[in-house]
Ligand binder design. Structure first.
Ligand SMILES: Nc1ncnc2c1ncn2[C@@H]1O[C@H](COP(=O)(O)OP(=O)(O)OP(=O)(O)O)[C@@H](O)[C@H]1O
Length: 250
C-alpha cells in the first residue's frame, strides 16, 4: 500500500513567550494539523491568536517549547534551513534602495539561479503579481500594496513546492486581493502546497481546500468549508468564525 507523507505536519506544538517584564504570554497550545501535498490550507484567527507564531515555527525562526514539525515525513530541526520552501513574512521589509528587479535578482542569486534564467524568472514573476511595469522603480517609492506584491513574487523565486505565506493580501486593494488569490489558485493547479494565514474570510473561503480556526492559541476547527458549516450549524464562514471566537471569550 502506498503512503504519502503530509507535505507539512505539526505535532503538539506549544509556545509560551516571556514578555520584557518576564510575564508568561501563552501563544500556542498543543497545535496539531497537517497539509497534504498539493493542498491549500488557510489559518484564520483574530489578532493575537498565534498565526504568525505558527508560521515562524514552520520556518524555524521561533523555537517551540513542545512538539515537532515534519516536512514530507522528515523532522525539521529548529533554525535548519527550509529547503524548497517560499516564505512571505508578515512584515515584509526589503532593502529600500534596490529597484524591484534588483531585489528579485538578488533573491534569485541566493536561490542559486543562473543570471540569464534569473532575468527571465524575475520578469515572469513580476507579470504574475501585476508588477511588470514597476521593475525599475525603487522599493522605497512603492506603495504598501505594491511592496506586498513584490514580497509575494520573492516567495515564489526558485519555484518552490511549498509556500508559507503570512497574510499574503495584507495592504492590497480589493482588485489586488482578488488577483493574488487568482495567482494562488494557478499555483495550486501547478501542484504547489500552500499554507497561509489571513484575517479575510472571503479569500480563505475562495481558495482553501481546508480552513483552520485558531483562537487564543488553540486550533478550534480545521476542515473543508462545507464540513465546518455542517459541524457548527452555520450558514456561512463568518458565522462559524464568530461562534468560535465568542465561545472562547465567554
Ligand atoms: N516575541 C514575542 N514576545 C512576547 N510575546 C509575543 C511575541 N510574539 C508574539 N507574542 C504574543 O503571542 C501571542 C500570539 O501572537 P501572534 O503574533 O502569533 O498572533 P497573530 O495571530 O499572528 O496576531 P495578528 O493577527 O495580530 O498578527 C500574542 O499574545 C502576542 O502578543
Amino acid at each position: 500500500m502506498s503512503h504519502t507523507s503530509p507535505a507539512v505536519e505539526l505535532c503538539h506544538l506549544g509556545k509560551t513567550y516571556r514578555s520584557k517584564e518576564k510575564n508568561r504570554v501563552p501563544a500556542l497550545k498543543d497545535l496539531c494539523f497537517s497539509v497534504a501535498p498539493g493542498e491549500i490550507v488557510g489559518l484564520l484567527g483574530p489578532n493575537g491568536a498565534g498565526k504568525t507564531t505558527t508560521v515562524k515555527m514552520l520556518m524555524g525562526f521561533v523555537m517551540p517549547d513542545t512538539g515537532d514539525i515534519f516536512f514530507h515525513g522528515k523532522a525539521q530541526k529548529f533554525a535548519e534551513p527550509r529547503k524548497n520552501t517560499g516564505y512571505l513574512p508578515e512584515s515584509f521589509k526589503p532593502n529600500p534602495h534596490l529597484t524591484v528587479e534588483e531585489y528579485l535578482l538578488f533573491h534569485c542569486g541566493l536561490a542559486g539561479i543562473p543570471a540569464k534564467r534569473a532575468k527571465k524568472d524575475t520578469r515572469t514573476l513580476l507579470c504574475h503579481v501585476g508588477m511588470d511595469t514597476f521593475a525599475h522603480r525603487k522599493i522605497h517609492d512603492l506603495s504598501k500594496g505594491m511592496g506586498q506584491r513584490v514580497g509575494l513574487a520573492q516567495a515564489f523565486v526558485g519555484d518552490p513546492d511549498l509556500l508559507i505565506l503570512d497574510e499574503p493580501t495584507s495592504g492590497l486593494d480589493p482588485v489586488g486581493r482578488s488577483e493574488v488569490i487568482d495567482f494562488l489558485i494557478t499555483q495550486k493547479q501547478a501542484g504547489k502546497t500552500i499554507f497561509f494565514c489571513s484575517h479575510i474570510l472571503s479569500e480563505v473561503e475562495r481558495v482553501c481546500d481546508r480552513i483552520g480556526i485558531l483562537v487564543q492559541g488553540e486550533l478550534k476547527l480545521m476542515d473543508t468549508r462545507e464540513a465546518l458549516l455542517e459541524q457548527t450549524h452555520s450558514q456561512n464562514l463568518d458565522e462559524v468564525f464568530k461562534k468560535e471566537v465568542l465561545s472562547c471569550a465567554q
